[in-house]
Design a protein around this ligand. Sequence first.
Ligand SMILES: Cc1cc2nc3c(=O)[nH]c(=O)nc-3n(C[C@H](O)[C@H](O)[C@H](O)COP(=O)(O)OP(=O)(O)OC[C@H]3O[C@@H](n4cnc5c(N)ncnc54)[C@H](O)[C@@H]3O)c2cc1C
Length: 448
Amino acid sequence: MATHKHQIVVIGGGTGGIMIAAQLLRARKGLDVAIIEPSEYHYYQPAWTLVGAGLMSKQATIKKEKKVMPKKATWIKDYVETIDPDAMTVTLRSGDTVEYEYLIVTPGLEINLDLIEGLKDTMGKNGVCSNYIDPEYTWEVLKNFQGGTALFTQPATPIKCPGAPQKIMYLTADHFKRHGLKDKSTVVFATPGTVIFGTEPFKTELNRYVHEVYDIPHRFGYKLVKVDGKNKEAHYERLPLPEGRTDYVHNDDTNRAGFKGYYMEDGKRVEFEEKNEPLDNLPAGARFVIKFDMMHLAPPQMAPAWFQKTKLANQDGPDKGWMAVHKNTLQSRFYKNVFGAGDVTDLPTARTGAAIRKQAPVLVKNLLDVMDGKDAAYEGYNGYSSCPLVVAHNKMLLAEFKYNNIRSSDPLLSKFFDTGKASYPMWLLKRYGLPFLYWHAMLKGYNF
Ligand SMILES: Cc1cc2nc3c(=O)[nH]c(=O)nc-3n(C[C@H](O)[C@H](O)[C@H](O)COP(=O)(O)OP(=O)(O)OC[C@H]3O[C@@H](n4cnc5c(N)ncnc54)[C@H](O)[C@@H]3O)c2cc1C
């Protein structure tokens, strides 16, 4: 078992790790940076939405990790098993130890299918698919769909790219429209949340797509607790209404077919067709079942299990397990020589690659300041995140926002486009512009 020693160690060579290491190496010559990354491949996950709808090949979203590694960084091809921030060491699966002076934590998050009963047995089978896991299977399900109920849902845990579960729903509804399946199908969106999107004007535009363009019943306060793939049943629990609300807003004035299911009352099974008998009257905590013909879901997600056991994680509270970082400087709240970015952190904003683009330069400046003996005083990150919401095979709107769901659209882009309205030029940005910028600018360490 060997001991490696590096000035700066980066955990994870995904979006955050590569972007930050590349920016660091551009910012200051001669730094000794090591990146610990076990995977042979690097994935451009944002395009998996398009792969799931047959609009891009999976192959086009993958590059060899060695192609994206900054030339001057040392690649340690291994898994981190634990971090000891007091000893300033990282232990690897091989048994090797890596000593660091400064640490950057970007291992992303972990998908945990065990958090929903039955999910592990049926994921990738029986028409149960997820762009988060295997977007090619999503496309296979979609291609072969003959009509019925297409259910779209998400878990009650935090997830990366919270817009992704609805992007594939719009693309599916669009696919049904273009392939003569609209009248034979009901697309349902059942979420534990209370709104389709938190920020205006994106919320209004997305509601227009849900209600007017696609006629999708959107059900709030539905918590997925079990999936029975063989019987094509999704089991939900009714969540209590949020404070101050007396009902959920639904769009029941429609010609579409209702979705079907059942619940138990006094030991008897009560069948329902949602159009005639909406489920709003069921009390909080009641369980009910929606029958589906295909189902797409975002799987439950959490901070990596090994990371949760380290001293860098929040030890309690609502963010338990996620990495505790200062929300404007990205410095660990517990250790001054440690910084974090991306999905693993507890930053109260949407977990996206776009967010990391704005986190990276702030982290780099603060880290260099700490290396120079100063404080990490640059509070430059304002919670910016963005979500390119693809609403059809040729239309996208770009939701950009910062902490507290305040709109934060790019001033230059907004000069030329109304990014709050779905449009074709925005679609071109998603399909061609963003992947190009990702591979050739962001991962190369250009700050723009
Ligand atoms: C379907 C889907 C659609 C999305 N759409 C968008 C979008 O439109 N726009 C957008 O901005 N974002 C989108 N995202 C989110 C975006 O991809 C993530 O937020 C981003 O990749 C997070 O970067 P990260 O560096 O934190 O984690 P990742 O990019 O996931 O990288 C983590 C890295 O750490 C490595 N790792 C894991 N465990 C260990 C370990 N023990 N030791 C060492 N290394 C380890 C992994 O192999 C991986 O390379 C989407 C994601 C999905 C799944």
